[in-house]
Structure formats: structure tokens, C-alpha cells
Design a protein around this ligand. Structure first.
Ligand code: GCU
Length: 699
């Protein structure tokens, strides 16, 4: 059996004789001269991996010997110093080079970087070559990450529940910290380092100020110490009202001197424990969280206060742009005076889509240098498919960070196999046209389009204490893919899927190819059976699992599915053109034009932007109603095909993982049918049209 704990770091024995010979010939041992924690880890990880994969003892070598692997930096190795100064490698602080070269007339594989962490990244890249059965002679690889801050966001609460977590409870065991360093923390760090993730926000965006107390900060320090050698910085979420809750101050007004001092002192305290603390992630004036608007101040005032306190230590603020109608509060929640609830501005009333842009665009240019604005990929909330947020490209003076959701809140949670790399990639590749053609979202967030030196990308983690970390084994692929794309957004989802399959399962083509096809089809299948043609946010209220397009009393208008699909006797969809909310006006003219005409609008986004009559012939050639029926049915069909395909692989994978995936696909098939039936039968009450000929009737 295999419970999936080892993730993509299985390091399975290579058995093909040709490869065993080749690898053994190329590797005699490891040379590394340094006592730094990171280089020691690089050496021991490489040794562990090679010993398992090649099934032989790997000896440490003292001098460059024939077929040695030489690891290091200019500081640790004279040979590497010579090599790196002789070429123009531009490796920066995290990049690495892997090169086969002759040193002292011996064939050597050099894994080199300017800094220790680059060497560790290089080691993982080298290990991956063997894991995926690539040749390792004549290597000449230079690899530098495109985005600087590659961060996981854990929505973990201090009581270990995880907001939108579907894989058990939080892996942070606050009770046994700081004294107990669970092996899981180390394996978490190894897994992240292996894909280049270099930051982790430990706590939920719906923050608890308790984590900023000394009692918790020493626990945070213990985690930071464990993660440091793996190049991972620790961040915390900052609750805006902490000065009130912890400091006994009467206000949290960001321009109040007492408040400013409180945060300055807090930062001094944090940095005295954790000298490389990354900074804060802040959710303010959103879904009931307190923020600067509660004091008549702007998001910029709020963000800059934190930025000022972090500045002396090099920390950053990741200020979230996920805001919508600040006046309305969650049921059962009460605002205390000055905490944000009394703010009465409605900026984009009528269309939640428009709110973030309306609030933040006017603040462009007002943020301090160490503030990044963290923007969700789409304008609403992590739907199976969204158009890119109109903020990308619209705030050239502010570094914008991407926020993806790896955890599958709206994508079937952990009973659903949905490979999300195509979703991440679709957004990163989207063209904002902010500086003409080719101004992709990726180039906005990597800072190249507007010349920012700081850049970032965040993924809301799907990690919990389940034995396999992510609930659904294939959730691991989404964690993996996030890291790989954060490092290099030019990788294709197929390449990443193949890497992941080879490292996680095996290198057998008879297994790899069908699994790759399953993964490639999976997200589109989910879109089809949940929210085809640009439908969105019709999931069950609050839990977001399963269909509930009929809900109209969720507590506030913009939580109601009916608000999003607007089905009526005429048609379905949200008119965001000039005749409707005109949200399209927030995009560059070229983008607007792409979507503004119902006849030419890509069918995948159609109902995001148009209220389309049921019997209207859309550009797929069918009437809207028929197309909707076909899409829902094809989603179900694809899941059935995924089941059959997986069932055919039973002798190519261990029983435990085979059964795990098989049973979950069984549940997913039922869910797909449930979605199709619920949505079509409900929408049919408006369309009053029959199901198309040959259609499998919902029961
Ligand atoms: C979604 C999610 C919330 C989360 C919020 C956020 O709305 O359902 O649980 O807090 O996003 O990103 O802040």
C-alpha cells in the first residue's frame, strides 16, 4: 500500500537497466564544502534521493573526483567561484545552474548558485531529472524564478480548524509548539522547497489577533527556525483591530500615533524573535473584517501604516483586494464602534464584480514601496472559471500579487478530481492589453510590464493533517502545479502533470498517458457539470458544495445564486455590458471588445457578461438552452470516462491509491449527476423548453 504521505518525493528505485547503468556511471559521489544548514540539507536530500533511486551507497567525496556531483556557491567552492565568474549567468539570489563540465580533467556535474538556497533548488531540479528518467549527461541548465515571493496562504485557525480546508485539521499543532517540531513540518518544508515555494502565511485571513501575542510568537519562531534552511519565510495575518484587542487602545485608526507605535513595537518584538520574518497579509474591510474605512481612512492609509512598521526590517505587506460592499455584515456578526461597519460608502452597488476595481484603482500610486496588493484571479471568488480580475493591468504604480485558490472551495472540495493548472495558466496567460498586446497577467504580476522590483504570487493551501496531506490524492498535483507555475509560468499544465505523475506514481507510459488525459480533462469536466457557459456562484450557500441555483435568501443579495445567474422567462446570465452593469468598462478596450458582443463573445465567458435568451442561437451553433443541456451532460460523460479510464489502471498502481481514487471518482460521478439534474430541472422552470433529442433525462 501507499498512503500518499511522501507526495512527489517518493524517490522510487530506477529499474530500467539502461538508465541504472547511465546514472551509476555519471554519479560517483557528492562533493560539498560547507557547514551551512542549507547546503547540508542539499547534500543529505541528494544522498537520500540517489540512494533510494539508484539503490546504492552514495559517498561524500572530499576532492573533485571523476563523476562527482559538485554542489555549492562561490563562497563554498573555488571551482564554482571560477565557473560563475567566467560566464554571465544572472542567477540572482535563488536561481541555479546545473552543468556537466570538466574540472581538473574529471567529468563533473556542477550544481551551483550564488546563494545556498539556489543550490538546494538546483538539487531538487537534478533529483527531478532522475525521478522522471531524463538523461543527466551533457547538462546545461540555467533556471531562475520569474516571481520573487511564492507564497502559500494557510487559512488555518489557532484552534486548528481550517477555513475552506478539506484535508483534516491544521498541520500547525500550536499546543505542542514550540518544544515539539513534528517531522511533518520538515517534510512540508522539503516539499515546498522542491517546487520553489519560499513563503508561508501560517494563519487565516479572517485573522485572530492572539497569534501576535508573545505566547504564540515563540511558537511561530519555532516554525520559522525549522523552515529557514529550506528558504521559506514565515508571514502572519494581521488583524486590523489588534491594537484594541491586545493593546488596550481605544482605536485602530491607522493614522493615530498610539496605534502606529503599537504596530511598530509589535514589529520590533516579532523581528527580535524572527529576524527574517516575511511580513503581514491583511484582509481589511471585507466580509466583516475591520479595516481603515471604519475610521474614514483608505486602504492605502491602512496598508502604509503596516508598511511603515515593517520597513526597517525589510518586511512586506500583502494587502488583499478581495472586498465587496463593506456596509453589509455577516449574519450574527456585530461590529464594535470604529471597526469598519459604519462605513457607508457604496461604490459599485448593483454588481459585486466591480467593487475591487472601484475601491482600489483610485489608490494607485498611494502605496508605500513594500506594499503588494494581493488580487484574486477573478473578480468574484475562485469560481471554476472566471475572467481575469480587471485590476490586473489597471494599477501600474502598484505591484499586484496573484491570489489563486489551491484548496477546492468551489471546485468540488476533496471528493473531486480537478487538476487546476489549466485554471491558473488560463489566468496567467490572459492578455490585459494594459501596455498593448502581450501584456499578460503573468507579466503584470512578475513586475516586468510596469518595472516593479518586488513581485508575488499566493496560493490558498489545500494542506491539512490527512495522511496524504490534501484529502484527494490528486489535490497534491494542485499544490505541486501552483509551485511550479509560481517559479515559471511558462511551463505547460501537461508538462507539470507528467512530471507530477512520474514522481508520484511511476514512469510507466501505460499509466502516465491515461492519467495525464484524466487530469487534462478534469477541470473542464467540472466546469461543464457545475457552471458551464460562464455561469458562476450557484453553489450551495456558505458551504459552497453542490448545486443550489434556486437560493435567494442567503443573508445578503450578493451571496444569492439567483443574483449571479439571473434566470428568468427570457433567458439567463448577467448583463455586464453598457445595457447592464457595464463592468466591462473596467477592462482595456481590446478586452472589452472581446466580450461585449453576445454573438462573438467566447462561449466559455458568455453568461458572465450577457443575459442570453433561452432560444438564442449562440456561436457554438446551438440554442443557448440546448447548449446548456449538452454541456451539463458532457460534464457527466467525462467523469464517467475518467472512472473507466482509472479502472483500467488497477494493475499499474498500488491497491491503496488505486482504491482511494476509484472510490472518490464514484462519489464525483454522483455529484456530477446531481449537479446536472438540479441545475437543468431548475433552469427548465424558466426556459420551459424540452430536453434536446437523445438527451439522458434528469430524474
Ligand atoms: C471566500 C471564502 C471565505 C474567505 C474569503 C476570503 O469568500 O468563502 O471563507 O474568507 O473568500 O478570501 O477572504
Amino acid at each position: 500500500g501507499n498512503d500518499g504521505y511522501k507526495l512527489w518525493l517518493e524517490y522510487q528505485k530506477v529499474s530500467a537497466p539502461r538508465l541504472v547503468r547511465q546514472y551509476n556511471e555519471a554519479i560517483s559521489g557528492i562533493v560539498v564544502k560547507s557547514q551551512s544548514a542549507t547546503l547540508k540539507i542539499a547534500e543529505s536530500e541528494l544522498r537520500l534521493a540517489l540512494e533510494r533511486m539508484l539503490d546504492k551507497k552514495i559517498s561524500p567525496l572530499n576532492i573533485a573526483a571523476h563523476n562527482a556531483i559538485l554542489l555549492g556557491t562561490p563562497e563554498s567552492s573555488a571551482e564554482i567561484k571560477t565557473m560563475l565568474s567566467s560566464g554571465n549567468f544572472s542567477l540572482g539570489d535563488e536561481g541555479f545552474v546545473i552543468q556537466s563540465r570538466r574540472i581538473n580533467n574529471m567529468t563533473t556535474t556542477v550544481i551551483a548558485a550564488n546563494k545556498d538556497i539556489g543550490v538546494l533548488y538546483g538539487v531538487f531540479a537534478f533529483i527531478r531529472l532522475i525521478q522522471t528518467h531524463q538523461p543527466i549527461n551533457n547538462l546545461s541548465i540555467i533556471n531562475v524564478p520569474k516571481i520573487k515571493n511564492r507564497v502559500l496562504n494557510h487559512w488555518d485557525n489557532l484552534n486548528r480548524s481550517v477555513e475552506r480546508g478539506y484535508a483534516g485539521i491544521s498541520i500547525w499543532n500550536w499546543h505542542t509548539l514550540p518544544g515539539y517540531i513534528d517531522q511533518r513540518y520538515i517534510d512540508y518544508a522539503r516539499a515546498n522547497a522542491s517546487i520553489g515555494i519560499n513563503g508561508t502565511v501560517l494563519t487565516n485571513v479572517n485573522a485572530n489577533s492572539q497569534v501576535l501575542t508573545q505566547e504564540y510568537l515563540v511558537k511561530v519562531k519555532a516554525l520559522a527556525d525549522a523552515f529557514r534552511p529550506y528558504g521559506i519565510k514565515v508571514y502572519l495575518t494581521a488583524k486590523f483591530s489588534a491594537p484594541i484587542e491586545l493593546g488596550g487602545i481605544k482605536t485602530a485608526d491607522p493614522l493615530n500615533q498610539e496605534v502606529i507605535n503599537w504596530w511598530k513595537n509589535k514589529c520590533r518584538e516579532i523581528y527580535s524573535l524572527i529576524p527574517d520574518f516575511g511580513g503581514f497579509l491583511v484582509k481589511a474591510n471585507s466580509e466583516g473584517q475591520p479595516g481603515p474605512q471604519g475610521y474614514g481612512k483608505t486602504h492605502a492609509d491602512g496598508a502604509n501604516m503596516f508598511a511603515g512598521a515593517l520597513e526597517p526590517y525589510g518586511g512586506i505587506v500583502m494587502w488583499r483586494a478581495f472586498v465587496y460592499d463593506v456596509r453589509v455584515q455577516k449574519e450574527g456578526e456585530h461590529f464594535t464602534e470604529g471597526s469598519g461597519g459604519e462605513h457607508t460608502q457604496t461604490i459599485a452597488s448593483g454588481d459585486r464584480f466591480k467593487q475591487a476595481y472601484a475601491e482600489f484603482k483610485p489608490l494607485d500610486g498611494q502605496f508605500k514601496k513594500n506594499v503588494l496588493l494581493q488580487v484574486k484571479n477573478g473578480p468574484i471568488d475562485f469560481q471554476p472559471r472566471e475572467p481575469f480580475s480587471p485590476l490586473f493591468g489597471a494599477m501600474p504604480q502598484t505591484p499586484l500579487m496573484m491570489e489563486f485558490q489551491i484548496t477546492q472551495e468551489y471546485v468540488g472540495q476533496s471528493t473531486t478530481l480537478a487538476y487546476l493548472a489549466p485554471m491558473f495558466k488560463e489566468c496567467l496567460d490572459a492578455d490585459t492589453y494594459s501596455k498593448g498586446k502581450g501584456s499578460t497577467v503573468a507579466r503584470v504580476i512578475d513586475g516586468t510590464i510596469d518595472g516593479h522590483t518586488v513581485s508575488g504570487i499566493a496560493g490558498v493551501a489545500n494542506i491539512g493533517n490527512d495522511r496524504n496531506w490534501t484529502g484527494h490524492l490528486f489535490g497534491q498535483a494542485n499544490w505541486y502545479a501552483f509551485g511550479r507555475l509560481a517559479w515559471n509560468y511558462d511551463l505547460s499544465p501537461e508538462t507539470i502533470a507528467e512530471e507530477w505523475i512520474r514522481q508520484t506514481f511511476n514512469n510507466n507510459d501505460a499509466f502516465i498517458n491515461p492519467v495525464k488525459r484524466i487530469m487534462s480533462a478534469s477541470r473542464e469536466a467540472v466546469i461543464n457539470y457545475m457552471t458551464p457557459l460562464g455561469l458562476n456562484h450557484i453553489m450551495g450557500t456558505s458551504h459552497h458544495y453542490g448545486p443550489a441555483p434556486w437560493v435567494k435568501n442567503a443573508g445578503r443579495a450578493d451571496w444569492n445564486p439567483v443574483y449571479y445567474h439571473k434566470a428568468d422567462s427570457v433567458g439567463i446570465g448577467f448583463d455586464r455590458t453598457k445595457t447592464g452593469s457595464d463592468a466591462l468598462a473596467q477592462y482595456a478596450p481590446e478586452v472589452r471588445q472581446q466580450w461585449s458582443d453576445m454573438n462573438t463573445c467566447d462561449y466559455r465567458y458568455l453568461l458572465w457578461f450577457h443575459h442570453v435568451p433561452w432560444n438564442y442561437k449562440i456561436n457554438t451553433g446551438s440554442t443557448l438552452w440546448n447548449e446548456l443541456c449538452y454541456r451539463y451532460q458532457s460534464g457527466v460523460d467525462t467523469v464517467r470516462w475518467m472512472q473507466q479510464t482509472w479502472d483500467g489502471l488497477d494493475n499499474l498502481v498500488d491497491k491503496e491509491r488505486f482504491q482511494h481514487v476509484r472510490m472518490l471518482l464514484g462519489i464525483q460521478e454522483q455529484e456530477a449527476v446531481w449537479w446536472r439534474n438540479a441545475c437543468l430541472l431548475y433552469f427548465q422552470t424558466f426556459s420551459k423548453m424540452p430536453f434536446p433529442p437523445g438527451f439522458e433525462e434528469p430524474y
